[in-house]
Every structure is written in C-alpha cells, then in structure tokens.
Design a protein around this ligand. Structure first.
Ligand SMILES: NC(=O)c1ccc[n+]([C@@H]2O[C@H](COP(=O)([O-])OP(=O)(O)OC[C@H]3O[C@@H](n4cnc5c(N)ncnc54)[C@H](OP(=O)(O)O)[C@@H]3O)[C@@H](O)[C@H]2O)c1
Length: 310
C-alpha cells in the first residue's frame, strides 16, 4: 500500500464488493481499514471486527454520519446499493451524492467509486423504457454518481465491475428437471460475457491504491474472464457432480418473471447479448489483476454451489 494511503474507509464492507475490498487490503498488509455498516451488532459486522477492521456505523442516507465515519481517511472505496436504495435511479444517485459530499466535507484524499458504464443513446432506443423513462436504471444511476464525483473536485478513480461469479450462488435459481438434472435461465444468451469474482474487485481496488496518482480520473475495469453461461453450467456440473444446464429465454419471457425489477434486468441482459458490450469494451489487456477464472472460483466454492442443488 502506498505510503500516503494509510487509512482506507470502505462502504458496503459487510457486503460482496466491500467485503472483497476489505479482504484484499488485509492481504496486502493494510493495518488501518474502516468498514461502514448500518449495524455494528450484525454477524457480518462482528466478523469484520474479528478480522481487525474498525467497524463504524453510518448510513448512505445520512451525510453527517458519513462525514464523521470518513474523517481522517486517506482513501474511500465507495459502493452504493441500487437495490437497497429502493431499486430506483434517484435512490442510488442520492446515496452517491450524499457520500461524495461527505467525502469532500471530511477531506478524503482519494475516492474509488464502484461504477458501471452508461447506456449509449442508440442502444437505449432499442430497449423498452422502464416506467421512469430509464433503460438499465442501475447502470444509469452509477454513471450519474460518477459524473457528480468528477465535478466534486475530489481525486478519484472509477472501478468498473461486471457480472459477479457469486451471482451463481446468490441469485441463480436452479430448477430441478424430471431427469434429475437442473436448469437455470436468463436472457443473456450463449455468447461469452465478462465475469469476475468479488475478490477481483478487491484486488483491483488494492492495486489502484498502490499508486492512486497513476489512476486519478481513470476508469479501471475488473475482469476475471469472458465466458458463456453454457460453459459456466458445464463447470458447475463438474464441481458439483450434478448435471446443470443453461437454458436461454427471450427478453419478453425474462421481463415477465415475478422477480423484482425484471424489466430492468431483462434490459441489462439484452444489452450484453445484443451489443456484446463487455467483449468489445473490456479486453483482458485492460485489467490490472487477473483474479481467479470461473473454474478456479467454482472449485473453491463447490460446497456452496452443491448446496444450491439439494
Ligand atoms: N451482482 C452483480 O453482478 C453486480 C455487478 C456489478 C455491480 N453490482 C452492484 O453492486 C451493488 C451492491 O453491492 P454488493 O453486491 O456488494 O452489495 P450486497 O452484498 O448486497 O450488500 C449491500 C451492502 O450495502 C450496505 N448498505 C446498504 N444500504 C446501506 C445504507 N443505506 N447505508 C450504508 N450501507 C448500506 C450493506 O451494509 P449493512 O447492511 O451492513 O448496513 C451491505 O454492506 C449494487 O448497486 C449493484 O448494482 C452488482
């Protein structure tokens, strides 16, 4: 860790991204990590404290609590929570603005914001509009936070994650089939897309903090590998000993599923599928760290994957 980056404050420290950052910083030998949570009495917060993290209560909806929590920090890893913020553009933008204003007030030296790219106008035109007129709301809100950060005068870098391998445990519904196999579906299609483990987000953030000046104002992708869901299903089959298949469905079918924000997610998947977005814009040569491949990650997480199939 660069000599000037001593204390790093991490939002979402009890979650996937922030947790990945905390673990990477601990592995890099960082001695002063402050993890933000709304409840220091939760199990995840207690686990963080047991690892040597200073756990501080603050809320992304409360600037005063954040300014206090950010005080004296040399760097901030900021992740906002679209779904926790009411799954709305305005909700996530407000979280981001509040945190950026608090970082400015507290005099934080460097901010890494976990962003996502904006949706180009020609792509927007081809996807159904959401009720608020957006297309992929959680991309657009993060892009708006990134613009607000760029105008703030703070030194910053944007870290751009893509699909998390962990979604295969946390969000994938494996449907048992009559022949004893399992199937999962979405509308991302069978082409390879960009994926990584949340540990790669952490390793990428830690690499940026090795030399923040080098990445000032830049956008840094996190990337493990480009892989198709068909190939991921084969790997899940190999590590669990069960037969798992990916069955792509149409945009319309996915958007009609009874899951929160189905149209927003259908638009995101369709965006990947139709514009090969990440294949074009996220070459492996641009990543700072390799992180695990999906196969390596699946082997390390075989027990959790297997538990999804019982
Ligand atoms: N899944 C993917 O493939 C993917 C890919 C790219 C980007 N993303 C983005 O990742 C973000 C979510 O990150 P994640 O998956 O790391 O989160 P997560 O595992 O769902 O955990 C949410 C974290 O946010 C914290 N949090 C929520 N509301 C808060 C508030 N009002 N004040 C302070 N902290 C709050 C929670 O802390 P406490 O509960 O302890 O307070 C927790 O640490 C979303 O915005 C999503 O769009 C996801």
């Amino acid at each position: 860790m660069a000599a000037l980056v001593k204390t790093v404050v991490v939002t979402g420290a009890t979650g996937a991204q922030g947790g990945g950052v905390v673990d990477a910083l601990l592995s890099a030998g960082s001695k002063s990590i402050r993890g933000i949570t709304r409840s220091s009495s939760s199990k995840k917060a207690k686990d963080l404290a047991a690892k040597g993290v200073e756990v501080v209560e603050a809320d992304l909806g409360n600037q005063a609590s954040l300014s206090k929590a950010f005080a004296g920090a040399d760097a901030l890893f900021l992740v906002t929570d679209f779904f926790g913020a009411g799954a709305s553009f305005e909700g996530e933008l407000q979280q981001g603005k509040t945190a950026v204003d608090a970082a400015k007030e507290a005099g934080v030296g460097f901010v890494i914001f976990s962003a996502l790219e904006g949706i180009p106008a020609d792509v927007k035109e081809k996807l159904p509009a959401l009720p608020d007129g957006r297309t992929v709301a959680h991309f657009e809100s993060k892009n708006a936070v990134a613009e607000y950060l760029a105008q703030s005068g703070l030194s910053y870098a944007l870290l751009r994650p893509c699909n998390f391998y962990e979604n295969m445990i946390n969000f994938t519904f494996y449907q048992p089939q009559a022949d004893g196999s399992y199937a999962f579906s979405d509308n991302m299609g069978t082409a390879p897309h960009a994926w990584h483990s949340v540990s790669t987000i952490g390793l990428t953030a830690a690499a940026i903090l090795e030399d923040p000046k080098k990445y000032k104002g830049k956008s840094v992708p996190a990337l493990g590998e480009h892989i198709s869901l068909t190939d991921m299903a084969k790997i899940v089959s190999d590590v669990t000993g069960k037969t798992v298949k990916y069955q792509p469905v149409s945009d319309e079918i996915f958007a009609s599923l009874p899951i929160p924000g189905a149209q927003n997610l259908a638009n995101m998947n369709s965006y990947y599928k139709q514009w090969s977005y990440y294949d074009n814009l996220r070459p492996l040569s641009q990543r700072l760290v390799a992180g695990p491949t999906f196969k390596e990650w699946a082997e390390a997480n075989a027990a959790a994957l297997k538990a999804k199939l019982e």
